[in-house]
Ligand binder design. Sequence first.
Ligand SMILES: C[S@@+](CC[C@H](N)C(=O)[O-])C[C@H]1O[C@@H](n2cnc3c(N)ncnc32)[C@H](O)[C@@H]1O
Length: 253
Amino acid sequence: MKEMKQDSSTIAWNAMGDEWFRLAQTGESRNYFIMPNMLRYMGDVCGKKILDLGCGEGGYSRELAKRGARLVSVDCSKRAIEYAGELAQKENLQIEHFVRNSNDLYGIASDQFDIVLCSMMLMDCEDLAGTLREAVRVLKPQGKLYASVLHPCFDGNHEAGIGRQGTGLDRQVVVMNYFEPKEWEAPLWGGSIPVVWRHRTLEDYVKAFLKAGLTIVDLNEPRASDEQARISVALAWLQKIPLYLYWELRKDQ
Ligand SMILES: C[S@@+](CC[C@H](N)C(=O)[O-])C[C@H]1O[C@@H](n2cnc3c(N)ncnc32)[C@H](O)[C@@H]1O
């Protein structure tokens, strides 16, 4: 049987075990900002065939399946796929699951998906070009790739690259070196197990999309609504600075 290709992203995320599930399911920015904004951005998905690439604990897949989409969910973490499978079964949702590196989706046929979703994973995978090549391969012609990433200009979490200073609504983003570091190891916010963080510049993303044969249909810098801002100061700050960047891309060939 073919083995999944290992690289620094698959090794780091497999070492996370269950920690990510707790962070994902309780994280304020994911649950009240990143995820609802992405689901809104994707629009009506009823009847669509969707690949959730880097699905993690599977929250997006379950929500999209409840909205009438047909889901295939992929992650490099074996434990994440087991866990996502258990939750889908509990909720009686028909979701197909695969453990794969996003740069080699073997066993998943070409030209079949209306949508590939890469939620908060393009900055994590080691092989961006390979991941986009595979996403394009499995998309139908005119199919859409929706992606969210940490905003490369305003998010960093590194004292030598892009950092933050101050507190509350007056917190500032400090850019000391936009180009470096390209990668480092640190736990996720609120976590304890280190993962590899990658900083890709705006140019890195755009050139990689174009090289993969994708057309940029839209770019969105989600800004907190007043309702979201009332939840916490951290979310209210997102009315001032975009920490996330969303893309809508299309396979044209
Ligand atoms: C920040 S989490 C996001 C999870 C989920 N998409 C969400 O938004 O809740 C990144 C996910 O990408 C997965 N991942 C990272 N590198 C990967 C790779 N090379 N191939 C497949 N999955 C990968 C991780 O295991 C993890 O589940």
